[in-house]
Design a protein around this ligand. Sequence first.
Ligand SMILES: [Fe+2]
Ligand SMILES: [Fe+2]
Length: 205
Amino acid sequence: MYKYERAVALSRSKINVDKQKTEPKPFLTDIKTLRERARKNIAGGGVTFTYHGDVKKTIEILQSVLATEIVCVLRYTMHAVAAQGISSEGVKAEFAQHAKEETEHMNQVAERINQLGGRPDFNPTGLATRAASEYGTADNLVEMIKENLIAERIAVDHYRELIRYFGEDDPGTRTMLQHILVVEEEHANDMHDLLVAHQGRPMLP
Ligand SMILES: [Fe+2]
Ligand SMILES: [Fe+2]
């Protein structure tokens, strides 16, 4: 019995060794090298040696994402205040909630730009041209909902594209955008539902 168990244990450990030989191991840098690099690259701030993306390009892209989020904050805030008419209270509350979430996105993106060594661009001059979405001109409830739905769809498409673009080169930025994307999808869905409730049809003209 003892012999049998020993034989099984031996053959198991052999299988493990063989497995280790055949399966490629992910490359790991030893602690000493990591620490040396971190000390040497301290001037690079949060951008470390293993960052595979183009930092300059990433910051440039994120400045446009930041502008998009700022414009969304402004539009939703304005709509939350200006929405009027029958059953506008629920819609106002929804706009205000979205404005709050867009503000969170704005701050996250600004923080990321800062981590990468950039200076987040909050300059109001040229803001509209840096942003992917529009501020809007709607003057009634249904038009406001439509404008927000369009802006959310633009954000969703834009962020999906950027998530693919960053891929494995910048998992930090990609993960942040993935979290934002989930919320933008919810926003688009909320606006779609409001449009159906207030217009009676799901489709945009
Ligand atoms: Fe957002
Ligand atoms: Fe949104």
